[in-house]
Design a protein around this ligand. Structure first.
Ligand SMILES: Nc1ncnc2c1ncn2[C@@H]1O[C@H](COP(=O)(O)OP(=O)(O)OP(=O)(O)O)[C@@H](O)[C@H]1O
Ligand SMILES: [Mg+2]
Length: 258
């Protein structure tokens, strides 16, 4: 999936009449097929807003967005819903699994919506569950499994329909360092094996160090971008350096987890 955004702005209305807030300010971004891109920035800088606009959940106040050759901004709601369901996969910090469904049923949701055959559904569940190592918990409910297992189930649901773009908002935010590392290794593997394009918001430099490229945003604007070189440990140091140069106190930097 190739993504091209031009001059994207998002203005939210304020609580009092006339008050408004510019969460995204003339944002330009091009993402190539198969890239793994991270987005970092202080709280309130517009990261989730950007991700939601690129995920077609929010509409921009102005600007252009072309994804997979299609002008997303011009699409009607029903077209957008189709586009989202077929081409995008979402992973959130709080998992967003349905407690009334088993892990397997949660995974099936995107396939049911895309009207896949029973046979295809069974095959995909088997494949993805094996890939993510969650075969043993398929019949459990989300509240019966651990945080790491929940996030792997959420990743399974996001990946089961083989989306061309995966959007993740703080996917490791509720995970311990071991589960976070496992999830990141899975995403890197998916990115390398299937050329799935991934866009991930994170405040954690270790999580970010798995990306090929990181965009730093502040006040809804792109401030800086850096590319991964040969070694992840060097990239991690570079991330910390950029963070401190942009005002380290704004970042919730944790103790390194290497
Ligand atoms: N639905 C909304 N209505 C009004 N203002 C909003 C809405 N969503 C976000 N904002 C405002 O837009 C700005 C950017 O919010 P956003 O959620 O994109 O930040 P963020 O970078 O994801 O922050 P965090 O790291 O805390 O998740 C914030 O000032 C926020 O209060
Ligand atoms: Mg956010």
């Amino acid at each position: 999936m190739i993504l091209e955004a031009k001059n994207l702005s998002k203005i939210y209305g304020g609580s009092s009449p006339g008050a408004f807030y510019k969460a995204l300010d003339q944002f330009n971004l091009t993402i190539n097929e198969g890239e793994f891109v991270g987005i970092m920035g202080p709280s309130g800088s517009g990261k989730s807003t950007l991700l939601q606009i690129l995920g077609t959940i929010e509409t921009p106040s102005s600007g252009e967005l072309v994804m997979d050759g299609e002008n997303v901004v011009a699409m009607k709601q029903t077209q957008l819903a189709d586009f989202r369901r077929e081409k995008l996969g979402f992973i959130f910090q709080d998992f967003q699994l349905l407690d009334s469904l088993s892990i397997k049923e949660n995974m099936l949701v995107p396939l049911v919506l895309n009207k896949k055959s029973n046979q295809e559904m069974e095959e995909r569940v088997k494949q993805v569950a094996a890939y993510l190592g969650i075969e043993a918990i398929l019949s459990q409910r989300p509240y019966e499994v651990s945080g790491g297992q929940k996030q792997r189930a959420a990743a399974a649901r996001a990946l089961i329909h083989q989306p061309s773009l995966v959007l993740a908002d703080e996917p490791t935010g509720n995970l311990d360092s071991k589960s976070a590392k496992a999830l990141m290794e899975l995403l890197v593997d998916l990115n390398h094996q299937e050329q799935t394009t991934i866009l991930m918001v994170t405040h954690d430099p270790v999580t970010a160090s798995y990306c090929d490229r990181i965009l730093f945003i502040q006040d809804g604007r792109l401030l800086n971008e850096i590319y991964q070189g040969d070694r992840r440990a060097d990239f991690y140091d570079q991330i910390l350096l950029v963070q401190s140069s942009l005002g380290g106190e704004l970042y919730d930097t944790k103790i390194p987890r290497f």
